[in-house]
Design a protein around this ligand. Structure first.
Ligand code: SAM
Ligand code: SF4
Length: 472
């Protein structure tokens, strides 16, 4: 009989990818996906520890699941509760003490061992099974091939962990040391994804541009080399990667941005702060001007490159002048989009014990000011697209009938009506196609577009390698 698993994912794209791989691990055990915990025989919470109160949120979700488990048990059924990801890693045994009804606690490097953990949990239901090791062997060597097709825009994890130890961040503790997958394994997975219909692949890693995968000749490939090899895969039209550290933006990767048209002109390059003393206390190991120069080099090879970043306001000791330096950096660089956060002390990280923690109201006021500036920049960037023609890869149906949604080269969602009387019809446009689209309006987080009139003269802001792809 088919069993069902409900996997709830918190946090980043890396976790989304891991959740899909956990589903691959559970599929051979007869588990299909459930749409809710109520329909499931097993629930996995794939957790994220980056934000404040992450653990508390998981415990309150677990409270709800424990009630469900009691009801299911009373009716003679099975209901396994597994907590995976970074909160599982950080809490470890403590989780089984605080929530003894949890069956499995599994760190991000151990989920290939879920079947074993389930077995242990069933044999010893009173104890719970835990695995938060950082095994010497990579989980990627033990995972089954990715099974479920991901669709037109797919993710591919190439790198895990981080050795940077920024003083605010838990990732090096929860995800462990940097580890890169061999280049051949990445290329094989990319070919499989393309054969399943993917046209765009986003390479994932906590610090993806620190990638240094072993090649078949024993040499080590950086991300730039890997991107060039991926670009040779027939049918792979677009390549992206996230998240990068400015220190790992090497010459080969900068050259790839210049030379490889499939590498999209949009880069998430977190800077966190524009103040040198703050950057130093964060252990970012670069200055604000290093970052400005890096952006200049990237843009001199790829002038249409747009950037996004992460910012932290209210890091310990951040003065008004430090904050103003961040605003100045934002003005100098000009971002298309960004994420920004109030500093939140993460237990066990050096910054949590630093003096001069910034009061909450100051953090809130700074965040509001910074976000207002970033919003103005984002609006300006989106508005500049109006009247331009750009390639859009259509990857999902729109909310309205007769509408398709795709992404611009700069990752903006573009909504396009398919039914235009006397102009286009269903047969000419579909999911998985990449077309030139004229942008007719910009909204806060998306663009509206129309297919250009046949034979019309349009100013092109292509940003793409290949102009038209109509798959057979
Ligand atoms: N590896 C990436 C990098 O180097 O920027 C980012 C990884 S982290 C998962 C994503 C973002 O969360 C960070 O860029 C940072 O802005 C934010 N973040 C991490 N720890 C934080 C903390 N303690 N307080 C506030 N924001 C935090
Ligand atoms: Fe965290 Fe990124 Fe710094 Fe690594 S480089 S410690 S993941 S913020």
């Amino acid at each position: 009989m088919t069993k069902r698993v409900y996997i709830k994912t918190y946090g980043c794209q890396m976790n989304e990818y891991d959740s899909a791989r956990m589903a691959d691990v559970l599929a051979p055990l007869g588990f299909a996906a459930a749409d809710s915990p109520e329909e499931a025989d097993m629930v996995v919470l794939n957790t994220c520890h980056i934000r404040e109160k992450a653990a508390e949120k998981v415990y309150s979700e677990l409270g709800r699941l424990s009630r469900l488990k009691r009801q299911r048990r009373a009716a003679g059924g099975e209901f396994l509760i597994a907590v995976a990801g970074c909160v599982a890693q950080a809490e470890g045994e403590e989780m089984l003490r605080r929530a003894p009804f949890v069956d499995i606690v599994c760190g991000p490097q151990a989920y290939h061992r879920l079947p074993e953990l389930m077995e242990r949990a069933r044999n010893e239901p009173a104890r719970g099974a835990i695995d938060t090791d950082f095994p010497a062997e990579s989980k990627f060597d033990h995972l089954p091939e990715a099974a479920a097709p991901q669709g037109i825009a797919a993710f591919l994890s190439v790198q895990e962990g981080c050795d940077k130890f920024c003083t605010f961040c838990v990732v090096p503790y929860t995800r462990g040391a940097e580890l890169s997958r061999p280049a051949a394994a990445v290329l094989a997975e990319a070919r499989r994804l393309v054969a399943q219909g993917a046209r765009e692949i986003t390479l994932l890693g906590q610090n993806v541009n620190a990638y240094h995968g072993e090649a078949t000749d024993g040499s080590s490939w950086g991300l730039g080399r890997l991107v060039r090899a991926l670009a040779a895969i027939d049918g792979l039209w677009r390549i992206r990667y996230t998240t990068s550290h400015p220190r790992d933006m090497d010459d080969a990767l900068i050259a790839a941005h210049r030379d490889v048209p499939q590498l999209m002109p949009f880069l998430h390059l977190p800077v966190q702060s524009g103040s040198d003393p703050v950057l130093e206390r964060m252990n970012r190991r670069h200055t604000a001007d290093d970052y400005r120069r890096l952006v200049e080099r990237l843009r001199s090879g790829r002038p249409d490159l747009a950037l996004s970043s992460d910012f932290i306001v209210g890091f310990p000791g951040e003065s008004d002048a430090d904050f103003v330096a961040t605003l100045r950096l934002i003005e100098d660089v000009g971002y298309a989009q960004s994420f920004s956060f109030k500093y939140s002390p993460r237990p066990g990280t050096p910054a949590a014990d630093m003096p001069d923690q910034v009061p909450e109201p100051v953090k809130a006021a700074r965040l509001a000011e910074l976000q207002a500036l970033l919003k103005r920049q984002q609006d300006r960037f989106n508005h500049a697209a109006v009247g331009q023609v750009m390639t859009v890869l259509f990857d999902r149906p729109g909310r309205l009938p007769g509408q398709l949604v795709g992404r611009s080269p700069w990752l903006q969602p573009v909504h396009v009506p398919v039914h235009v009387p006397g102009h286009v019809n269903d047969a000419t446009l579909g999911l998985g196609m990449m077309r030139e689209v004229r942008i007719v309006a910009s909204h806060a987080n998306s663009l509206a577009g129309a297919l250009p009139e046949p034979g019309g003269q349009e100013a092109s802001r292509s940003g793409a390698a290949v102009l038209e792809h109509v798959p057979a």
